[in-house]
Design a protein around this ligand. Sequence first.
Ligand code: NIG
Ligand code: FE
Length: 404
Amino acid sequence: MSLHLWTHCRAATMAPGTGQAYGLVEDAALVVDGETLAWVGLRADVPTDLLARCTVQHDAGDALITPGLIDCHTHLVYGGDRSNEFELRLNGASYEEIARSGGGIASTVQATRAASAQTLQAASSRRLQQLVGEGVTTIEIKSGYGLALEHERKCLQVARALGQTHAVDVRTTFLGAHAVPPEFAGRTDDYVDAVLQMLSILHAEGLVDAVDGFCERIAFSTAQMERVFAAAQALGLPVKLHAEQLSDSGGAQLAARYQALSCDHLEWLSVEGAQAMAAAGSVAVLLPGAFYFLRETKLPPIALLRAHGVPMAISTDSNPGSSPCTSLLLMLNMACTLFRLTPEEALAGVTRHAAAALGLPDRGVLAAGKRADFVLWGVQQPAELAYALGSNPRLQTIFKGHVV
Ligand code: NIG
Ligand code: FE
């Protein structure tokens, strides 16, 4: 099989332990074999036997190359929008008050149930197009606005279908434990029974790659989440958790006991929670869009996460209520300005660490054997990706070895 050679570029490989910030390689070359990177390094060092097999040459025009971006936490598939609640909040109501009075997630559930798969597909496709246009090559999409079998199935099927119609790899997460739907009001434990049933059916239908929940005083307790995690574990599915977003409910410790891939949000994470995550190898997924949009004032404990060596990922949390955002590049900037991550930490957060948050060791860095998902950017320095607020310097995306 003929190989493709990419040259005239700098590569921010994001590979750890190279001694270079961003794993940067000046005057780099990438050799692509089908859907896989066969070799990455200095152009002068490409092995001659490989070079001889490179029948297609690409001049990257001095672009900066990074791994394809990974948006590891989204609720991309939903009906309607919540601009009315945005207005209510600007007139004094809080996110929790709106949720408790039947708005919030419940209003999106109503709109999502009412929407056809086709309508959901069209609206989600527009959002996905914006992310893909910024170099996203892998995206996680959660259910959680259907909250009944047929509607959770509809959303997961739409998510899977989006992966067929866009140059992006879609990973689906079942978030049945997102909120208690109105027909189960006051009967949360009965709804958890229903979540377990939905999970086993949707898993059998091949629609579920991971399981998530919302552990919070306005959602599910740790005891209720534990039932969901135990069921996921029995099915061999990895778990993640919306944990300590609005309060410290000990969700991170629970998730760590189930070797969670990630705990997400984490504004109220405790020392014990961070220790448990470090021991379990869980990634901290930070969501600056939700922090910004809800005008939170409690910062996630970045210093604590660093001190315990917990890897930090960054994501859009794209959803209609807390983060109506379709720009992962903007999240890079906000992770730096709001959370004080370095630009290198932020870029690792949408590449290497985002891959870990999805349990995908085959991507997130540019190295031999990894998927050939990468992006050409019209920038000189990697820091420009986080610095240039609201700009999109993407030149080209290569997805599974092919120019998109
Ligand atoms: O990640 N925290 C729970 N879920 C979403 C918000 C959902 C909504 O408000 O519609 C989040 O912030
Ligand atoms: Fe979320």
